[in-house]
Design a protein around this ligand. Structure first.
Ligand code: PHE
Length: 357
C-alpha cells in the first residue's frame, strides 16, 4: 500500500495537464483501478486482516482523491496565471495622440470681425459665390462695356451651347450681396457679408480665391463721417490696439461716390510682416458712399435713403494680425502650417472674453 501511495502521489505531482490527471484517476481510483482491485481482495482476507486493510485502503483512496483535486486546482490556477500574463493590458497607457483639427486663420478672422460688427449693430447676410452677372456688375453700376469688368480678372462660367444669356461669374467681390440684401430687407439696413470671392491673380498678396467682408449701412442720415468712425473702431478692435495708423486715400469705384481706399501701416523686415510700424502700407479695404444708382438697383429710393459701403480683404487682415507673410500659404493645406497658425477649435472669439486669446 505504501508503494501504491508513493507511485500515484508521484504521478499526480508530475502531471502536466488535466488529461494526464484524469488518466491517473482512472488507473488509481477508477472502478477498475488499482485501489478498487485491492478492495476486492478484502473478501479473501481474515476478519482481523480486513479490519486493518479496509480502513487503510479507504484512507489511501481518499488521499489520492484529494491529491487529484488539489493538483487539478493548482493546474487551473497556473492556466489562469498564464492567461493573465499573456493577455495583460496596461489600461493606464496614454491613448494615441489625438488628431485634433484647428481653426484656419481666415475662419478665425471671420469669427472675430463678425463679433466686432455685431457689437456695432451689423447682422450677417450671405449670397451665392456663383453669381449672376447682373448682381456682380450691372446692379453695381458696372455696365457691360465698363473697364472694371476686365480689371477684375473675372472667371466666367460656361454656358451650354446655344444658351445666349450672359454667363454666370464666380463673384469677384462681395458687393453683389449689397443688392441682394437691399432687395430682401429694404431700408434701413446694416449688414456685413463675409465670404469667398474669385479673381485670376496670383502672387504673395493675391490668390485666385480669397475672402472679403462687405459692409452696408443705409438710412436717412448716414454720412462719410459714420463710415470713417465705423472703420476706425473696427480696425482698433480687430487688431486689439488703441491706435492703428490708417491712410484714407481718395479712390474710385463705380458703386460708391465719393470713394476711399484704406491702407494700414506695416513693415516687411526680413520676411516678417508687422503691423503699425515701418514705411510700407498694405491696402485692406475699399469704401465709399453708396451710389444712388446702386441704392435704386436694390429697390430702395435714393432720394430718401443714403449710406456707406465697404469691402475688406479678410485674408489680408489675418496676414497682418497674425504676421503671416505669404497669402498663398493660406490655401496650401499644409498641416504643419495649419497647426502653427491655427486656433483652438472650441474658442469662440468675443469682445468680452478676448478675440484671439
Ligand atoms: N468691391 C470692392 C472691391 O472688391 C470693394 C468695395 C466695396 C469698395 C464696397 C467700395 C464699397 O475692390
Amino acid at each position: 500500500m505504501d508503494d501504491l501511495k508513493a507511485k500515484y502521489l508521484g504521478q499526480i505531482a508530475d502531471a502536466g495537464d488535466e488529461n494526464a490527471l484524469e488518466a491517473i484517476r482512472v488507473a488509481a481510483v477508477g472502478k477498475k483501478g488499482e485501489v478498487a482491485l485491492k478492495m476486492r481482495e478484502l473478501g479473501k482476507m481474515t476478519p482481523e486482516e480486513r479490519q486493518v486493510a479496509g480502513p487503510a485502503l479507504n484512507a489511501l483512496k481518499d488521499e489520492i482523491n484529494s491529491a487529484l483535486s488539489a493538483k487539478k486546482a493548482a493546474l487551473a490556477d497556473a492556466a489562469l496565471d498564464e492567461r493573465l500574463r499573456t493577455e495583460w493590458l496596461d489600461v493606464t497607457l496614454p491613448t494615441r495622440a489625438r488628431r485634433q483639427g484647428s481653426i484656419h486663420p481666415v475662419s478665425q478672422a471671420t469669427e472675430e470681425l463678425t463679433a466686432i460688427f455685431a457689437e456695432l449693430g451689423f447682422s450677417v447676410a450671405e449670397g451665392p459665390r456663383i453669381e449672376d452677372d447682373w448682381y456682380n456688375f450691372d446692379a453695381l453700376n458696372i455696365p457691360g462695356h465698363h473697364p472694371a469688368r476686365a480689371e477684375m480678372d473675372t472667371f466666367y462660367m460656361h454656358r451650354a451651347e446655344g444658351d445666349n444669356r450672359p454667363p454666370h461669374v464666380l463673384r469677384t467681390h462681395t458687393s453683389p450681396v449689397q443688392i441682394r440684401s437691399m432687395e430682401k430687407q429694404g431700408a434701413p439696413i446694416r449688414v456685413i457679408c463675409p465670404g469667398g470671392v474669385y479673381r485670376a491673380d496670383y502672387d504673395q498678396t493675391h490668390t485666385p480665391m480669397f475672402h472679403q467682408v462687405e459692409g452696408l449701412a443705409i438710412d436717412q442720415d448716414i454720412s462719410m463721417a459714420n463710415l470713417k468712425w465705423v472703420l476706425e473702431e473696427f480696425v482698433k478692435a480687430f487688431f486689439e490696439v488703441d491706435d492703428v495708423e490708417l491712410r484714407f486715400r481718395a479712390s474710385h469705384f463705380p458703386f460708391t461716390e465719393p470713394s476711399a481706399e484704406v491702407d494700414i501701416r506695416c513693415s516687411w523686415d526680413n520676411g516678417q510682416l508687422k503691423i503699425g510700424e515701418g514705411d510700407d502700407w498694405m491696402e485692406i479695404l475699399g469704401s465709399g458712399m453708396v451710389h444712388p444708382k446702386v441704392i435704386a438697383a436694390g429697390g430702395i429710393d435714393p432720394d430718401v435713403y443714403q449710406g456707406f459701403a465697404f469691402g475688406i480683404g479678410i485674408d489680408r487682415l489675418a496676414m497682418l494680425k497674425y504676421g503671416i507673410p505669404d497669402l498663398r500659404a493660406f490655401f496650401d493645406s499644409d498641416l504643419r502650417w495649419l497647426r502653427h497658425y491655427g486656433f483652438a477649435a472650441l474658442d469662440m472669439p468675443n469682445l468680452h472674453g478676448g478675440l484671439s486669446r
